[in-house]
Every structure is written in C-alpha cells, then in structure tokens.
Design a protein around this ligand. Structure first.
Ligand code: SR1
Ligand code: MG
Length: 402
C-alpha cells in the first residue's frame, strides 16, 4: 500500500533533518509552505542558527490550480528529479542541486535558491539581467543537443524517451496550448472585453491550420528531452546567475517548444510595458532591452548549438553538406510557431501570466492583451516563412506600432 500523503510543515522538517550534510545537528528547523505555482506543495525549510536551508517539493495527486476534480499523476515528481539530474550533468550550475528524491512520497529535495528571484517577478520589478541570454542559450543548446539524435547514442535515446513518457502532463499542454484557445472550451478564461478577440481566434481557419501543424509536432516529434514548461516562472535569477527549475513537464518533444517558451514570456512582458514602465522613454528603452534579449538568446543558441554539432555530432549522415543549415532553419521556424502558441494561450486559455493579469486598469490591460494576441497570431501564421530572428523582432515592433 502506498505511503503517499500530502506533507504537513512538521513532516517536511522531519524529512529535511534526515538529509545529511545540510543542517547542523543542533538547532531548530522552521518550515513554511511557499508554493504559488499551479500544481505542487513547496516547503522552505531553514535553520536560523546555521543560516542553512533547503526546499522540499511535493507533487499533489491533482492540479492545485483547479482542485481535486483534476487528478494528476505523482510520477511527475520522478520525471522532475530525473530531468534535473540530466540537466545538471549537461548544463552544470544552471539548475538547483537535487539532494534526495522519494518517488513514493513524490518528493524532490533540493537546493534553496532564495538568494534568487523568480524571473517573472524580477522583470515586473524592472530587473535587468545581463547574464541571462548567455546562460539560457547555454542551457538550451546543451540540454537539447546532447539529448537529441545529433548528440547522443541513438539506441540509448530510445530508452530515455520511454522513461520520459509523460502522458498526463503532455495532455495538459496538448489541450491548454494546442486546442482550447482555438475553440469555446470550458477551461478558457479571459476578460469579457476580449470576447470578440476570442471569437476571432475560434473562427480563424488559417490560424487553425498552423496550430494543427504545431500540435502534430508536439505530439510526434521526439527530437530532444525538453524542460516542457520553460516560462519565466520556471527560472530563478539574479543579474549574475540563472537557475532553471520545475521540469515536471519534461518529455521528448520538438526543441523549438522550449526555446519558444522563453521567447514568448519575454514578449508577454514586452506587451505589458505600457503599465510597468510609466515613463515613455523608459518604456522605449525597456522594450529595446527585451527585444535585444530575445535576439541574443536565439543568436547565441544557434552558434552554440552549431559548435556542439561540429564538435560532438554522433551521426555520419547528419554531417552531409547543407543538412545543418536546413535543420537550423526548421528549428527557427518551429521556434516562431511555438512562441506564438505560448503567447496566445496565456491570454485566452486557463493559465495566465502576472505580467498582464496584474495590470489594474482595464483599458491598459486590454491593450497589452491585444498586443500579445497580435504578436502571437502573427508568429503562428508566419512561422513557416521564417529565415531570421530579425523577422520575429520586426513582428513584435510592427504590432506595437500599429
Ligand atoms: C493545469 S496546469 C496549467 C499550466 O501551469 C503550468 O505551469 C503549465 O504551463 C500548465 O499549462
Ligand atoms: Mg511549474
């Protein structure tokens, strides 16, 4: 019989104390449940006398954001721990250290990153992160390349694909990103002033065709081990350091989905600037900073990914002249499409972003929402014509100036 039950704060302390090498023997431990995400319990356990701390994260058997009516596998805790360990091996220092896992209790016990801030909040507060493009492009290039058929043993990859089958979490994405925003689904949630915009999404057959192609890629293209939910709420940050957290949606899917998640969340923040940057000149500067970050991420990602391929490629036939260029262009096109899909879902779908939802003025919020929809739908519609990241920047600037 399973020993699983949701932990109390006192039980989190007891478990944390049993992890060797973190806390001093003497000294009281304090525990606080700090989870503000959609799915899990997160306990911060600290020892004031030593200044030491750690995180106990526990998956709940349902989606917290909806309640017990939406059951959800506990196996996502195993997936998260295993993904974190693979990511640490491939991109050292860019994820929290895992101290202990317990699959029965669905626990991951890991490094406390309280010295960092959740990037979404940091951006809302006007933070500038000069190291971010470098770090996230490293993370993306190394994790995606070395778990793909380009950079790892292709038979071992097939076994890894099996252990990262993540059907329930993938189903959430398949529905909330690649279906519900494009129909009048019960799960959708949007401000009443967006009714006509939503109806436009529901009836746009050209858009639906492109979404169908992206959905097909998400369902079938086991290209590399993805983080699977790489938005700015899954990134802890300081100006000097980046840590990617929360890979419970990890599975083998199309690389552009992870790259697109990062770019989409920077662009959602871009769309919200009329509220968060009050001064016109500061707003202009902020928008430039965000678009420059988007550009740097792709450019650095591409050059790092190509260098890894040239230095560590495992497949002879993939070395054929022209194949790498063709591959990178398809990857850029996927990135455009997934960036767009990730933006649209945050405006009309179930789960939104604070960057936009926290804008108190209805009119300013509506402008931000429509800007995000306009950038998102343009990216989806134009994805298969993309040849340069400059086109993405252009789409964002044009939508903003229209
Ligand atoms: C029911 S879960 C809703 C969303 O939260 C997660 O962070 C994923 O983005 C998911 O789609
Ligand atoms: Mg999460």
């Amino acid at each position: 019989m399973s020993n699983y039950h949701p932990l109390t704060e006192a039980e989190a302390i007891e478990i944390a104390r049993s992890i060797s090498g973190i806390f001093e023997q003497e000294g009281e431990l304090l525990s606080r449940e700090i989870g503000d995400g959609n799915l899990n319990l997160v306990f911060h356990v600290s020892q004031p006398s030593s200044g030491r701390s750690l995180i106990v994260k526990q998956a709940l058997p349902y989606a917290k954001v909806v309640g017990e009516s939406w059951p959800l596998t506990l196996d996502r805790a195993r997936i998260e721990s295993e993904a974190l360990m693979i990511e640490e091996r491939l991109a050292p220092g860019l994820v929290p250290k895992v101290y202990h896992t317990d699959n029965e209790l669905a626990l991951t016990i890991m490094e406390d990153l309280s010295s960092h801030k959740i990037m979404r909040q940091g951006l809302i507060e006007g933070g500038i992160y000069p190291q971010f493009a470098e770090d996230i492009s490293d993370f993306l290039a190394r994790t995606l390349f070395f778990t793909s058929d380009l950079g790892m043993n292709q038979q071992e990859k097939k076994l890894l694909v099996r252990s990262f089958a993540n059907p329930e979490l993938c189903k959430i994405t398949e529905e909330l990103i690649f279906d519900h925003p494009y129909t009048n689904a019960d799960t959708n949630s949007f401000d009443s002033h967006l009714q006509a915009d939503a109806e436009q999404l529901w009836s746009d057959a050209t858009l639906h065709f492109e979404v169908a192609l992206l959905r097909e890629k998400f369902l079938t293209h086991a290209q590399a081990l993805l983080h699977g939910d790489l938005h700015t709420g899954s990134i802890f940050i300081t100006p000097e350091s980046t840590k990617v957290i929360d890979p419970e949606f990890a599975y083998f899917g199309p690389m552009g989905f992870d790259i697109g998640a990062v770019l989409a969340n920077l662009l959602l923040h871009y769309a919200s600037q009329e509220h968060w940057s009050a001064e016109v000149s500061a707003r202009q500067e902020r928008r430039q900073y965000l678009l420059e970050t988007v550009r740097r991420i792709w450019v650095s990602f591409e050059s790092k990914f190509r260098a890894l391929w040239d230095g560590h490629g495992t497949d002879r036939i993939f070395g054929t002249a022209g194949y790498q260029d063709d591959y990178m262009q398809r990857l850029l096109q996927d990135t455009f499409g997934f960036t767009g899909a990730k933006m649209v879902r945050r405006i009309v779908g179930l789960a939104h972003v604070a960057d936009i939802d926290r804008i108190p003025n209805d009119e300013t919020r509506a402008k931000a929402q429509r800007l995000a929809l306009s950038i998102g739908t343009a990216l989806i519609k134009q994805n298969r014509q993309a040849t340069s990241i400059d086109q993405l920047i252009d789409i964002a600037e044009t939508a903003n100036n229209t």
